[in-house]
Design a protein around this ligand. Structure first.
Ligand SMILES: *Cc1c(COP(=O)(O)O)cnc(C)c1O
Length: 230
């Protein structure tokens, strides 16, 4: 086999395995088939690594940097107009308009100033990507996301600004059992009447699905290990 078809087969097999795990976990959790969306996190990967997944039928992708996504996705979308793109990384206010123009959902709404900037960008561009409020669920010093105590106020501001808020997003602390954090995010989403829970990555998406995830963000399990620089 050529290098290309090898790569395509490997990608298709990894995708099939992740989809099968998601389907099995949905059943185990007593949840409807297809209730969990798989976001393929393609950050750091070039088009030649992404195309095999598109060819295997994946249509939902995630990136963590606006500039990187701008460089890669317009060309890929020219041939596949049904691709949806989600932003899962921190968003600087000066990139908000670019993000609104490019992405179909933004998972990192985490502060009042970003709420107003996004609202203006949506008015200006006429695009309304779905928004998730990111919560710093482990209350970690360096981590993105709003403080737990600030979630009600931020959510109220986002709703007042008419952002299309659909859910909450979190990245639990590394190297500890994530289940309590997933359960907490699920509780907050329920308390606030939000349907979406963006939680779970390659190492813990089954646990996240058991605890209510509606969107899992999977990179490594689909693309292989990334080079260290992120
Ligand atoms: C990179 C990234 C992921 C994917 O992580 P993997 O462990 O490679 O699956 C998920 N969510 C966010 C916010 C990320 O930055």
């Amino acid at each position: 086999m050529s290098e290309d078809s090898n790569q395509t087969t490997a990608a298709a097999e990894r995708l099939a395995a992740v989809r099968e795990t998601i389907a099995r976990t949905e059943r185990m959790a007593g949840r409807a088939a297809g209730s969990v969306a798989l976001i393929a996190i393609s950050k750091t990967h070039e088009a030649d690594a992404i195309l095999p997944l598109i060819d295997a039928g994946q249509r939902l992708f995630g990136e963590n940097r606006v500039q990187e996504a701008q460089a890669k996705w317009p060309a890929l979308r020219e041939t596949h107009s049904d691709i949806a793109l989600h932003l899962v990384g921190q968003l600087q206010s000066n990139k908000a308009e670019d993000a609104v123009a490019l992405f179909d959902a933004i998972h990192s709404v985490d502060r009042p100033s970003l709420v107003s900037t996004l609202a203006r960008a949506m008015d200006k561009t006429g695009r309304r990507p779905e928004c998730f409020i990111q919560v710093n669920i482990g209350e970690e010093e360096q981590k993105g996301g709003c403080a737990i105590a600030e979630l009600p106020a931020l959510l109220a501001e986002a709703r007042a600004a008419d952002l299309p808020v659909v859910g909450l997003m979190a990245v639990p602390p590394a190297d500890v059992e994530p289940a309590p954090y997933f359960a907490l995010l699920d509780k907050f989403a329920r308390d606030h009447g939000l349907p979406g829970r963006s939680m779970g990555m390659s190492g813990d998406y089954e646990t996240a699905i058991m605890l209510g995830a509606t969107h899992v963000r999977v990179g490594t399990a689909l693309f292989g290990v990334r080079p260290k620089i992120e």
